[in-house]
Design a protein around this ligand. Structure first.
Ligand code: MLT
Ligand code: ZN
Length: 466
């Protein structure tokens, strides 16, 4: 059945959109039919590569007429299956829409096509003595359209906010094939519902992002990075408060000792200091002069005295800062070969110690057979729980046994007023659990919104709302 379906879809596309590049090559279907999620098998019918907004609009009209499901595809670095095409869908790649369209030095905005890579935006901004603050380990391949569709977070959210906070203009082709223009780069716009924010984080279920105008900010102050060995979770909160009250933090990340072992092994990194600890904190803070450095060292001394910090190192150059960042940014890549089962969770910052303690206890009692690593963005309340697959265990069996504990994890998350997804999205992997974070009434409202923009359910069907 799927085979016939695929052939029909391919023929319809070829006859209705003859000008568009369409690939049905096995390698392209496989590479573009999935993201970094390891738990779903891609089975796309075709991958299309539109070059213009008009081509996207035409494609969606044809898809709507013939009920062809579309899966948007950016840099495919997602971790919840949002860009996986498991059921003969047509993947819409933005690899041919990679132009920077406009830079406005007065407004400090950059207008780009959706396929522009995050790092290119950062580089363009810095060439113009400005800064694009969204940053994460996969920024070298993730694309702006995907960042917006998932409201990507990363390591500097505590200072600059999420992708949502940088988008001042958006063009989207919705599931009716209509081009919708949102906010035109305005700073202020009090003219009713801000549709832009509906599309941001909608995981491609309402429409395809075809252009974005991004806000750029002042370049950051010179900064320092510290890596601290921390006694425990209460200690981590003490350290956070000390440094957050005294300095201007741009990042406050954490990793467990197991995460430290794996990142060191994976990237052949030396021990960052002589002391080993249960957790490590990685902080980045503005440090333009020696007065601020003294303040940081005073905080460090106080933390040593109260026992929250056991040891630490501070960068003396930008190169050393980057080296220290590798202990945190390199974790995800270092553990990929263990097919980690990921849970991306959030609570209010103040709730982290209690929540993480409860979660860790749960993990120890329910996953005694697995190794569980913790790391994440402590400074914005986002914890990444990663369970490593034993080498000899089939992926299906591993996923099933890991998922069995999800209801308890999410019940705990609900009890701490948290969210079952902080920055990775719901995608294919978490839709069964949405009700742990969103009420039935909310989910109904979301379905209503989807029906407005995508009445035929062709926009990334099966994702987010199921
Ligand atoms: C990270 O913070 O490293 C990313 O969200 C990726 C991951 O969770 O593995
Ligand atoms: Zn993260």
């Amino acid at each position: 059945m799927q085979k016939d379906q695929k052939l029909t879809r391919i023929k319809r596309l070829q006859s209705n959109c003859p000008e568009m590049e369409i690939s049905i090559e096995k390698s392209v279907l496989e590479s573009h039919g999935c993201d970094w999620t390891r738990f779903r098998t891609p089975d796309a019918a075709a991958v299309v590569f539109p070059r213009t907004v008009d081509e996207v609009a035409k494609l969606v009209s044809v898809a709507m007429e013939h009920r062809i499901p579309l899966v948007p595809s950016g840099g495919r670095t997602g971790l919840s299956g949002g860009a996986v095409a498991p059921a003969a869908e047509v993947v819409v790649s933005f690899d041919r829409m990679r132009r920077i369209l406009d830079f406005n030095a007065v407004d400090r905005t950059l207008t780009v096509e959706p396929g522009v890579v995050t790092q290119s935006v950062q580089e363009y901004a810095s060439q113009h003595n400005l800064y694009y603050p969204v940053s994460f380990a996969s920024e070298g391949s993730s694309q702006v359209g995907g960042n917006i569709a998932t409201n990507a977070g990363g390591i500097r959210v505590l200072r600059y906010g999420l992708t949502r906070d940088q988008v001042v203009g958006l063009k989207v082709v919705d599931g009716r094939g209509t081009l919708i223009e949102c906010n035109s780069g305005l700073v202020k716009n009090a003219s009713g519902y801000d549709l832009r924010h509906l599309f941001i984080g909608s995981e491609g279920t309402l429409g395809l992002i075809v252009e974005a105008t991004l806000r750029l900010v002042d370049p950051p102050e010179p900064s320092r990075v510290m890596l601290l060995a921390v006694s425990g979770l209460e200690g981590m909160m003490t350290v956070f408060r000390q440094f957050n009250d005294a300095l201007k933090l741009t990042a406050f990340e954490f990793l467990s000792s197991a995460a430290m072992s794996y990142v060191r092994a994976g990237h052949d990194l030396p021990a960052p200091m002589n002391t080993e600890a249960a957790y490590y904190a990685l902080l980045e803070f503005d440090c333009a002069d020696s007065r601020l450095e003294d303040q940081a060292l005073q905080c460090f001394e106080r933390c040593l005295e109260d026992g929250s910090v056991l040891d630490g190192v501070i960068s003396q150059s930008d190169a050393q800062a980057l080296d220290l960042w590798r202990y945190r940014e390199g974790i995800s890549e270092a553990i990929t070969k263990y097919t980690p089962y990921k849970n991306d969770l959030s609570v209010r910052i103040s709730a982290i110690p209690d929540y993480l303690r409860d979660l860790d206890e749960l993990a120890k009692s329910r996953y005694p057979q697995y190794e569980v690593l913790w790391y994440g963005h402590f400074g914005d309340g986002n914890l990444h729980m990663n369970i490593l697959k034993p080498a000899d265990m089939p992926v299906d069996e591993f996923e099933k046994t890991c998922a069995k504990v999800n209801p308890d994890i999410f019940e705990l998350t609900r009890a701490h007023n948290g969210s079952i997804s902080a920055e990775h999205g719901i995608g294919l992997l978490k839709q069964d659990y949405l009700s742990y974070t969103r009420s039935d009434a909310d989910i109904e409202r979301m379905r209503g919104i989807k029906a407005v923009f995508d009445p035929m359910n062709i926009m990334n069907p099966g994702k987010l709302l199921g």
